[in-house]
Write a protein that binds this ligand. Structure first.
Ligand code: DLZ
Length: 200
């Protein structure tokens, strides 16, 4: 059975790519702001810890999580950020709002990323109650904003890597094997750059 991780903020800092030249937009939902502002602060702290310059981070607000995909689309298309981090918190209630909003947000965020080619990161909590939300916004389970920031850095690095491997004519078939992150064999365990750590 897979190991159950308790703290969202646990990761190997040395395995995270250098983020000095990266730029980010953070779109924050104002609904449940006690939680979303704590997630935003976690994301900001983590980005800066990894070398991102404050002037390369733009923070914008939307009324609720339902508006996150549209905010992300504006940011991806107009702000020129390398990645967009969406921060929200939808708490389970008596109504079916919870399900409708969560499905729309997850689906919308996925679509904006695929449509714009900009990594759009899902930093949305969907807890049963406020207590669970607090535990994941700087409480005993860490801060999901940290995880969203690390995911954004890793996705930009992946995109830059893939672009680097392509020459003007498409895939560079003459690439040097040393440039590849993995050996050609199937044994990933002994690959120097194998990234086995997990964030949650
Ligand atoms: C309407 C609504 C409800 C009931 N609950 C939440 C919530 O828990 N978290 C959240 O981010 N937003 C909620 N909203 C607001 C919607 O996301 C949206 O802003 C409004 O329906 C207007 O489109």
């Amino acid at each position: 059975m897979a190991e159950k991780k308790k703290n969202l903020s646990e990761y190997d800092i040395n395995a995270i790519p250098d983020a000095t030249d990266m730029s980010f937009a953070i779109i924050v939902s104002e609904w449940n702001s006690e939680i979303t502002f704590a997630l935003r602060d976690g994301a900001l702290e983590t980005l800066e810890k990894h070398g991102v310059l404050p002037e390369n981070i733009m923070v914008k607000y939307v009324p609720g999580s339902f508006e996150l995909p549209m905010g992300a689309k504006f940011a991806a298309e107009k702000l020129g950020a390398d990645a967009v981090i969406c921060i929200g918190c939808v708490i389970q209630g008596e109504t079916r709002h919870f399900e409708f909003i969560n499905n729309a947000v997850a689906d919308g965020i996925t679509k904006v990323g695929l449509m714009t080619d900009v990594p759009i990161i899902y930093g949305v909590l969907t807890p049963d109650n406020m207590e669970q939300a607090k535990e994941r916004a700087g409480g005993k389970h860490g801060n999901k904003g940290d995880e969203a920031a690390i995911t954004a850095i890793k996705m930009i690095a992946l995109q830059w890597d893939v672009n680097h491997w392509l020459d003007d004519d498409g895939w560079d078939y003459d690439h040097d094997e040393d440039d590849l992150p993995f050996d050609d064999d199937d044994d990933y365990d002994d690959d120097e750059n194998n990234n086995t750590h997990s964030l949650n």
